[in-house]
Design a binder for this molecule. Structure first.
Ligand SMILES: [Zn+2]
Length: 85
């Protein structure tokens, strides 16, 4: 999947919300290596795996995650909302 902004190849992973409060929760994208271990999505675990956080609130109530691609340079994320993980 090419980034629509810069044209570089985007990195496949998944997106969702971390477990947490307003200070520890948030919408994030993380590379596949993060999901292979299927550890709990906490802010620390996402950062350790090289994931990225985005300003899209912190709600985690439904705990849904989706296939998603990320361009780290442009902070562009494409989410396949029909493909829940
Ligand atoms: Zn880009």
């Amino acid at each position: 999947m090419k980034c629509p902004v810069c044209g570089k190849e985007m990195e496949k992973g998944g997106a969702g919300y971390t477990f947490g409060t307003k200070s520890t929760g948030g919408f994030f994208w993380a590379p596949e290596k993060f999901w292979e271990k299927s550890i709990m999505a906490t802010k620390g675990a996402v950062k350790k795996a090289g994931g990225k956080f985005f300003s899209l609130g912190w709600s985690v109530f439904d705990n849904e995650t989706w296939d998603a691609w990320c361009c780290r340079d442009c902070e562009m994320v494409l989410i396949d909302t029909k493909n829940k993980r």
